[in-house]
Design a protein around this ligand. Sequence first.
Ligand SMILES: Cc1cc2nc3c(=O)[nH]c(=O)nc-3n(C[C@H](O)[C@H](O)[C@H](O)COP(=O)(O)OP(=O)(O)OC[C@H]3O[C@@H](n4cnc5c(N)ncnc54)[C@H](O)[C@@H]3O)c2cc1C
Length: 301
Amino acid sequence: MKKELENQLKNIVKKGLVAVDEPMSAHTTFRIGGPADYYVEPTFEEVKELLFFLKKENIPYTLIGNGSNLLVSDEGIEGVVVSFGKEMSEVSWEKEVVRAKAGILLSRLASFAASKFLSGLEFASGIPGTLGGAITMNAGAYGGEMKDVVQSVTVLDGDEIKEYSGEEMDFSYRHSRVLDEDLIVLEVTMKLQSGREEEILSSMKELNKKRVEKQPLNFPSAGSTFKRPEGYFAAKLIEDAGLKGYTVGGAKVSEKHSGFVINFDHATAKDVCTLMQDIQRIVKEKFDVSLEPEVRLIGRF
Ligand SMILES: Cc1cc2nc3c(=O)[nH]c(=O)nc-3n(C[C@H](O)[C@H](O)[C@H](O)COP(=O)(O)OP(=O)(O)OC[C@H]3O[C@@H](n4cnc5c(N)ncnc54)[C@H](O)[C@@H]3O)c2cc1C
């Protein structure tokens, strides 16, 4: 049975990768996660046929980008994990409009824009995700967010390819219609402004310096664990609750930045979940504020 589906997948994904029982810890920045039954990295040409096939055959699938906002269950993921990555990372530009495929890394996209003297993506250069993941989450940092630059997004909605304008994407804080409607982001156009290359590069360098100073980048994590609650900062609430350095198994609230849970010693997804639940309970008890996870939990939880 397993061999049969593997062969069917290999018939569609000929250039890209098909793997069986692939450990997801190798594909998440948390370095946590049990095996995906099947793991596939299709090319742009293969992705539509692959997704049509999975839908027609009712095979469960999960889409991922760079795995930088994910906590994958220790028991792994049922069905097929479809990874949008380097096989889908073409980028081009015309005047002030950059067009890119969903798998491109934001760091590469921002450097590409800078090399064409285009400003607007500096804020995104240090976010370790793909463009598709950033559209899904309306990723943002240092006062900028994807919402500010997106002109249009090409998505797969069921069997249909649709194009939405930036406004139609319903972007809000760490949210877009991709999450509500299970859309698949294929391609994005972004409207930037002409600028000076040295200024764009120096602003990117400055922002990345701030990240290195403030964030525990020497440990695996998935970035900010919780969303910013209205009127508060999650990191401050966690710190004020006395939870800096709080540990469950191999997972810990970072001592450098309380907003981050880090995998400091072979943490399991269970360790991280228990830690997150403890934080939510204690912060609620002390400050009557509910923390909502920003990290997305996927797999057999
Ligand atoms: C050290 C560190 C720092 C971070 N800093 C920031 C920050 O400053 N700002 C910020 O916003 N985030 C930050 N993050 C979180 C993360 O990088 C972003 O949320 C990023 O946008 C996720 O992109 P990804 O490609 O890794 O998506 P993944 O984590 O792989 O997936 C996230 C979600 O998007 C969905 N998805 C991915 N690709 C597609 C697609 N093509 N179509 C439809 N759905 C898709 C997945 O199904 C999942 O639900 C940080 C993470 C780390 C580890």
